[in-house]
Ligand binder design. Structure first.
Ligand SMILES: [Zn+2]
Length: 138
């Protein structure tokens, strides 16, 4: 049995290549023959954590997760940049963007809330002032 990855010959019974360790039995339709792939594609753990935190941070009780999601996403992208064999670029980007979006959304909500609160206070005090001046006139 020949390895699809490195063309090394292996015993018929073996399910993994002796030379490169890739699976001999498992079909991988996304891998085109002749396209070289790394012997061990590893997903950066930080990328996974970042993506999960990025998704979770959209839930109101977990807004704080957006900050570690952004940090881990950035760190993971840096890892992947240095080590091209590492996978999880998409996940790290998702975590980074998701975390940033959640943070921006919640900051906007806080600003809107503050503006609303200030406007309401101003309006109600203006009303009470005019009510008082009305009382003074009569
Ligand atoms: Zn092989």
């Amino acid at each position: 049995m020949y390895c699809n990855n490195c063309e090394a010959q292996n015993p018929e019974s073996s399910s993994f290549c002796n030379k490169c360790g890739s699976s001999l039995t498992g079909q991988n339709p996304s891998v085109q023959p002749g396209v070289p792939i790394g012997p061990a594609r590893k997903i950066d753990g930080l990328a996974i954590v970042s993506m999960v935190l990025g998704i979770v941070s959209f839930l109101p009780p977990f807004v704080v997760c957006s900050i570690p999601a952004i940090v881990m996403g950035a760190v993971s992208l840096n890892h992947i940049k240095k080590e091209p064999t590492l996978e999880g670029r998409g996940m790290a980007t998702a975590g980074l963007i998701g975390g940033s979006m959640a943070l921006v959304i919640y900051i906007c909500l806080i600003i809107i809330f503050l503006i609303f609160a200030l406007t309401t206070t101003t309006t109600s005090s203006a009303v009470s002032v005019s009510a008082n001046s009305g009382r003074l006139l009569f």
